[in-house]
Design a protein around this ligand. Structure first.
Ligand SMILES: CCCCCCCC/C=C\CCCCCCC/C=C/C(=O)SCCNC(=O)CCNC(=O)[C@H](O)C(C)(C)COP(=O)(O)OP(=O)(O)OC[C@H]1O[C@@H](n2cnc3c(N)ncnc32)[C@H](O)[C@@H]1OP(=O)(O)O
Ligand SMILES: Cc1cc2nc3c(=O)[nH]c(=O)nc-3n(C[C@H](O)[C@H](O)[C@H](O)COP(=O)(O)OP(=O)(O)OC[C@H]3O[C@@H](n4cnc5c(N)ncnc54)[C@H](O)[C@@H]3O)c2cc1C
Length: 629
């Protein structure tokens, strides 16, 4: 495919997906059984994979069609091949050596191998070093013995594992020469390629219903001394030689690389979910009229209530602001990954720290925002057919998977306090943490000046990080490290979030400062930025007084300023959400269609309820009869 700019790629791929012969005809899935939903979503996920293959898409293009996974169009109940696409394939590409890549990739691309990423166990998800599945090397047979010591070490959660995948990248504790070598990835066949039955020694199945994404097909997996050839340990980083000698990786956390990639992908993708939710709420908020009629005799559009503006408009601004920083993170990840492949791991610690805090900040903000947007649609936002519940379920899963958010923020905090204390390698040019080693930006706060807000956000980040670093340092003199760390956990998390916020606003400040061909666009970006900043201050007023240099009077002025900005943004709400360019079929919401024909659509969807097929459903009499006995 020739190189295209972002929006051309989106148009091109969007129409390819929407008009694909195996995708264009959609069905409502609400009343399907679990298995019917699985069949429907799997066949659509397979069509998507074929499309990706036919088009020869690169990773950026794949990320755009995969972003349709959150929509109500391609896989409305969860993509059973998401983990294959987002984790299994990238793990092979980045952690298998060249021979292994050429051995497996043909079968991956022709669909013979379908994989998952099997790391989490029943008793360990967060603490990866604590995983208990073992891979013990035997030089005599040149095989690894893969074993699950007891049920608490069963793999639990991997997406697509339930009934879809025939292979897994299994993360296991490697033992060679009787020595533990840490967690390493192994390519393991789990089901027969022809019959799809579990292979000997493998116990595998689906884990059961969840809050959402029920056709993500999460599974469990146990090994009873399964023999895996030596060549199946992924050997781009660490190696086990035939005689059992072990070569360490170039970076101690090289085997965690897929997690870093997926965190970046999730951050990017969750903003797509927010864009869909914001579009639904915006459209509904102008269609919906309720309340005492005004002078024109009409009941007011609900968006004209100030409270509704506060529920909806800041999240539209957030879509724009978070899109910029997550896109930048994606580019940065591509750059650092190529450096790491070339053997230079210098930028990895900061990439890890940034990916952790942005994944956490974005999924937390987006799930809170989507819930606020759902509430802004009143009762109808509670209907499945609004799609808002599914979008919330999707976004909030992102707060847990690929590293629970608190835990990830603590990884970022660890990096920040080391930087603040000077005990880490100094940051590279262009690093996001140089502000910690410079004097605080003392630009005075002024309502209406985005630069002054950005400086205040920076002072909050700096103040939070330096304060907790000092507290930690003091505690370390009087108690063991683990206790000192635990003593500061809450403040460490707050510091990492404040750092993330500063990263996000600096990135958007750069976008706004770039010359745009259109003055109107530049003014709109400035307005969106002002809304985002004023809202950020209103959400954390205590921090801005404590660390940001704002006075109580500034806080009061900011509250009024925010409400004025919202009124200014309100007339642009529909063009701003139309600009996300989301076709109705992709949004798939009774409340969020472009024509605003909400009530007709709601009635139409109710007609699909199986309980409406007969005037009196047979089940009523059966149940009543039982209750009389
Ligand atoms: C081609 C495809 C394109 C697709 C585009 C996508 C578009 C669509 C996108 C999304 C669709 C959504 C579908 C999503 C499906 C999601 C499925 C979910 C999967 C999973 O959840 S998999 C399991 C994930 N599990 C975790 O994340 C576990 C979290 N825990 C950890 O990562 C670790 O345990 C830890 C980091 C918390 C701690 O590790 P450890 O104990 O080993 O290390 P420490 O002692 O804390 O630190 C030591 C040292 O190491 C540094 N470190 C840690 N991790 C890393 C890393 N990853 N990289 C670099 N460095 C790392 C740490 O900073 C310390 O450094 P210092 O000693 O301080 O210098
Ligand atoms: C929908 C879904 C899909 C998934 N897909 C996959 C997959 O494909 N492959 C896979 O391998 N896994 C998958 N997972 C598993 C997922 O990665 C883990 O659930 C996640 O990493 C969180 O780990 P946990 O469940 O052990 O949480 P826990 O760590 O048990 O978290 C419970 C609480 O303990 C706290 N906590 C834990 N440790 C610390 C600490 N050190 N400091 C402070 N607080 C702490 C957390 O903050 C949290 O509040 C999936 C999970 C979900 C929900």
């Amino acid at each position: 495919m020739v190189s295209r700019n972002r929006s051309q790629v989106k148009d091109h791929l969007g129409s390819k997906v929407l008009n694909h012969p195996e995708l264009r005809n959609t069905k409502a899935t609400e009343y399907m059984s679990h298995e019917e939903k699985y069949r429907y979503n799997l066949s659509r996920a397979t069509a998507m994979l074929k499309l990706i293959d036919e088009e020869g898409m690169d990773v950026n293009e794949i990320s755009k069609v995969m972003s349709h996974t959150v929509s109500g169009f391609t896989t409305p109940d969860g993509n059973p091949l998401a983990v294959h696409q987002v984790m299994f394939v990238p793990t092979l590409m980045n952690q298998a050596d060249d021979d292994q890549v050429s051995r497996w990739l043909g079968d991956v691309f022709n669909g013979t191998i379908v994989g998952t990423y099997a790391q989490t166990e029943l008793s360990h998800g967060t603490f990866v070093r604590g995983l208990r599945t073992t891979a013990t090397y035997d030089p005599a047979s040149r095989t690894f013995d893969l074993h699950t010591p007891d049920v608490s070490a069963a793999k639990w959660w991997p997406g697509g594992l339930g009934t879809t995948a025939n292979h897994a990248v299994v993360m296991a504790q490697l033992y060679t020469d009787g020595q533990p070598r840490g967690i390493h990835p192994f390519m393991v066949a789990i089901r027969d390629r022809e019959t799809h039955r579990p292979l000997p020694g493998i116990t595998v199945g689906e884990i059961g219903p969840k809050l959402g994404q029920n056709t993500l097909n999460n599974g469990y997996l146990l090994f009873d001394h399964v023999k895996v050839p030596r060549e199946n340990m992924l050997m781009r980083n660490a190696r086990v030689n035939e005689d059992g000698s072990y070569t360490k990786p170039s970076h101690q956390k090289a085997s965690y690389g897929t997690m870093v990639f997926t965190r970046v992908a999730i951050a990017l993708d969750t903003v797509d979910a927010l864009q869909i939710a914001a579009t639904i709420a915006a459209r509904y908020s102008i269609v919906r009229r309720q309340g005492e009629p005004r002078d024109d005799g009409q009941e007011p559009q609900i968006i004209d209530y100030q409270t509704q503006q506060l529920k909806v408009l800041p999240h539209i601004a957030a879509c724009y602001v978070l899109r910029a920083s997550t896109a930048r993170l994606w580019e940065h990840h591509t750059h650092v990954t190529s450096e790491v492949r070339g053997g230079d791991t210098a930028l990895l610690p900061e990439l890890h720290a940034t990916a952790c805090c942005l994944k956490a900040l974005v999924t937390q903000d987006c799930s809170e925002a989507i819930e606020a947007l759902r509430l802004s649609c009143g009762g109808h936002g509670y209907m499945t057919a609004s799609r808002l519940p599914a979008l919330y379920a999707y976004a909030t899963a992102g707060a847990t998977y690929e590293g629970e958010n608190t835990v990830l923020l603590l990884q970022t905090a660890r990096y920040l306090v080391k930087q603040a204390g000077g005990s880490h390698a100094p940051p590279a040019a262009g690093s996001a943490v140089t502000y910690l080693s410079r004097p605080a930006d003392d630009t005075p706060f002024a309502v209406g000046s985005p630069a002054a807000y950005v400086a205040a956000v920076g002072r909050v980040a700096r103040g939070r990080v330096t304060e907790v670093a000092a507290a930690l340092q003091a505690d370390r003199q009087t108690m063991p490290e683990a206790d000192a760390w635990n003593q500061s956990l809450v403040q460490l998390v707050a510091a990492a979030l404040a750092h993330g916020r500063y990263f996000v606003v600096r990135e958007f400040a750069e976008v706004v400062s770039q010359q745009s061909s259109s003055r109107a666009i530049q003014q709109m970006l400035q307005l969106l930025f002002s809304v985002y900043l004023a809202h950020a201050v209103s959400r954390a007023e205590g921090d801005f007084i404590t660390y940001g240099g704002l006075t109580p009077s500034d806080i009061r002025l900011n509250r009024r300023h925010l409400l004025r900005l919202l009124a200014e943004l309100r007339p642009h709400m529909i063009p701003l959400t139309d600009a996300f360019d989301l076709p109705d079929r992709l949004i798939n919401s009774t409340l969020g269609a472009w024509d605003g024909d909400v009530y007709r659509r709601m009635f139409e969807q109710a007609s699909h309820s199986p309980l409406n097929t007969d005037e009196v459903p047979a089940s009523f009499h059966q149940a009543m009869l039982r209750s009389k006995l």
